[in-house]
Structures are given as C-alpha cells and as structure tokens.
Design a protein around this ligand. Structure first.
Ligand SMILES: [Fe+2]
Length: 244
C-alpha cells in the first residue's frame, strides 16, 4: 500500500489531499477530495484506477469534490463504523476509528500492510504539533477522542494530517511550554526555509508528536497548570489556541 500526499497550493486552508493505492491491484482511494482536478491527473499518470472515496468528516473543504468523483468517475463511497476494516487487497487494509469532537461523525483511518499498521490518516483531529478545533463539535468529546483513541495509537504510526499548520502550531506550542529542544530545533529548521516554500511536510510518527504536540503532552503540564485536571488543561490550551 502506498500513500500519495498532495499539498493543494490554491487552498487558503492549507489542505493536503491523500490518495491511498494498492500495489497489488492499482485500485486507488481518494481521501477527503477537495480538488480532484489536481489529484486525478496524478492518479491517471501512475496508471491507477480511481475506485473508492472515503471521508474523515464532512466539512466543506473535505467533501468538496465528493459528488464530482461519484458522478464523473463512478467511484464507490465507503462508509465506516467504528473499528470496521476495508480490504484494498488481502494484504492491504484500512481500519476506521471513530474520533468525534472536531465534528460528529469523524473517523481516522489506520493503514495496515501485511497485518501491521504503519500509518494513520488523521483528518482534522490530529495535525503536526496541534489538533483540530471544536468550534462545530464538542471540546469535551474531543478530549475523550485524544485521550482514549489518539494517545493509544501505536507509537510508530506515521501521521498523515489533513492540513499543514506546522509552523503556526510550533509557534503556539512555545507559548504553552517554554522550553522544548526538539520542538525549537524543528521550528528553527522550518523557519530557515520558510520564505522558499509554500508549506511544510514532516514524516512524524505518533511518538514524534508526543514529543512536541501540546495536546498530547498534558501529563507533563502539571507544573504549568497547577491544580487542573488533564481535561481542564486540554480545554484551557484548546481555548488559548482558538484565541491566538
Ligand atoms: Fe474540518
């Protein structure tokens, strides 16, 4: 199984679009298709079959080209329940995990090759060094999703987020946790090339995110937020990020 990560230069929301495809049968899954005018030529050039459509959730910037895919390419839309598995081939599978809070429903998708998960499509729940907002969801539910689902993902999964907010998130993280060498080095590295690129990509694992992402480091923040529970710290940081 391969994952194509396509940054949509025209999107003001800094979206990535993902194509997941089988190396066995060349069938391709469009994930949250915002702009198939960009991704379809890539799929065609690689000789893949545009076959399936999945969505993490149904915000406009994630479902924008759903109908176009269904009408013009007769793709099959796959709808998931929590923990449901879809077989792209006998050795290549996706497993959906129900992750509401940013919006309900919302799913993330574990990518499984030969019975071992190697990555996770995280939609608008988990970004690099940040998480999605809860403006149209519920921050209490989002906390449960992060605490009970995201924190329990295998450490070596590669994170495939739906947006590039890396530099902004790294800068915000500095306002919460003053010193963090890994984070500060990453920001320095990214700022050094900032004026030459439109976006940033990192192949972070869940473990990498736990080193820098404030929303995955709540247990370490007892000194910063004395007397607050993990959930109260989470809500506090989410509110600060909303107003930052
Ligand atoms: Fe969203």
């Amino acid at each position: 199984m391969k994952v194509l990560k396509v940054y949509l230069e025209e999107s003001p929301l800094r979206n990535f679009n993902y194509i997941i495809y089988s190396e066995v049968n060349k069938n391709a899954i469009f994930v949250d298709p915002l702009d198939i005018d960009i991704t379809m030529p890539i799929v065609k050039k690689l000789g893949l079959n545009p076959k399936y459509l999945i969505n993490t959730h149904y915000h406009a910037d994630h479902k924008h080209h759903n109908q176009k895919l269904l009408d013009e390419y007769s793709v099959t839309e796959i709808l998931f329940k929590d923990l449901e598995v879809f077989e792209l081939s006998s050795s290549e599978k996706l497993q959906a995990l129900y992750t509401p809070g940013h919006l309900d429903p919302h799913f993330i998708f574990k990518l499984i090759q030969d019975d071992k998960a190697f990555g996770v499509i995280t939609g608008d729940v988990l970004f690099n060094c940040g998480i999605g907002n809860a403006r149209q969801g519920d921050v209490n539910v989002l906390f449960e999703t992060i605490d009970k689902v995201i924190m329990k993902l295998e450490d070596d999964l590669i994170v495939y987020p739906a947006h590039d907010y890396l530099v902004t998130n790294l800068k915000f993280a500095q306002t919460i946790e003053e010193k963090n060498e890994i984070r500060d080095n990453l920001l320095k590295e990214k700022l050094a090339i900032d004026d030459k690129v439109t976006h940033h990509e990192v192949d972070h694992t869940i473990k990498d995110e736990k080193e820098i992402n404030p929303f995955l480091r709540l247990e370490k923040y007892q000194d910063i937020f004395p007397g607050l529970s993990k959930k109260e710290i989470f809500i506090n940081i989410r509110r600060q990020r909303d107003n930052w």
